[in-house]
Design a protein around this ligand. Sequence first.
Ligand code: GUN
Ligand code: FE
Length: 442
Amino acid sequence: MTIKKVIKGSGYTAVNPDEVQFLENILVVINQAGKIERIVTPNEADYDDVLTAAPEVIELAPHQYLLPGFIDTHIHAPQWPNAGLALDRPLYQWLNDYTFPLEAKYQDLDFSRAVYDDLTKTLVSLGTTTAVYFGTIYPESNLVLAEMCDKNGQRSLIGQVSMDDPELNPEYYRDESAAASVAKAETFIKKLLAKNQEFTIPQTPVITPRFLPSCTLPALKGLGQLAKQYQLPIQSHCSESDWENNYALEKYGKRDTTVLAEAGLLNEHSIMAHGTLLNDEDFSKYQKAQASIAHCPISNVYFGDGILPVKRILQHQVNVGLGTDISGGYSPSLYDNMKQTILSSQQLQSGVDTRIATEKRGVANSRVSAKTAFYLATVGGAKATNLKIGEIKPGCFADLQVVEIKPKPYQPQSSDDNFESLIYNTNENNIKAVYVGGKQVK
Ligand code: GUN
Ligand code: FE
């Protein structure tokens, strides 16, 4: 394979939830297909020859580090105008009062273009090289989102949102019937697959029943069929809050997870958001199905009614990615969500109600580290999307970010210290460059 460019510098890549590898002074050799062809370490005999032969060499400045681009496994693109607003109501009211009225505006394709252009640019500049989006119920608007992802250099998975139940969706914002939900999803799939012929970065359609309370059983089953027919990824919300979790129990006498599984919506291509109310039996189903959970720690503070036990879930061998859940979460940054992952896990461990005795207050062994949070934002997201991304490793796409962090002379600065500082202290200004498929997009 022809070599296109080489990036020279040091970086970090996650090996497992507890281990991050420091890659010192490596050469990342990127090929014509935009993938990492080879990683050359300084002790290899041809290190200098590889540098000399490269058509283009990008050398990182001192205090700059290469990280894999992050993967946002759960974000509602149309809710971007409300990010940081309107977080004062429980989920059901929040959807009806703020969210559905906003999403209904995307029939307007000029409005769609303006919002989606800004959102995709913002995410890329924050190091999010891949995003798994919920769109709206409008196929043409979702195609605009795909165009903006391609224009601004982001890899994406995009869902035509399906919601047909006349009981729980407002008349002004719902699909006319279960059949219409399935037909619209199929229209979107076909049009996006056709558009991919013109795009530089292929964008993937995702089967997207909004959540159980939004969809009738025939719609869920029809969408499960469609996922199978086109071999597509699937996303939804699952056991997000007491209200949602109880809704499934009351309507079906079954748990959220079971209803989704029976409709053919829980498999190795599924990404289910939140899961704060999932129990051990559900985790076993996720593990058997090889389905992933999108952890949205900021959003969960508002709507989750609990803290996702990330550590316990990983011990159950269930894959976990990280999501911003804009605008249930206020921040588009996965750096902020990594920090909240750590903070929430600390609170789960120590407990929050000081009227309860210390030893009974929290859940032992719940705390996760910056390394685990980084693993979720990279490898966890790659596993959830089944894409070759999220690692600095041969065979992966060269979806990368260059982050600069300058410790003060009096600060500790081992490679472990620098890593922790990168996770806690990076903001948009510290992200100096972003690459997707080897092409610079910031
Ligand atoms: N459940 C159904 N729709 C939504 C949504 O837009 N955001 C969140 N957080 N939960 C949901
Ligand atoms: Fe959500």
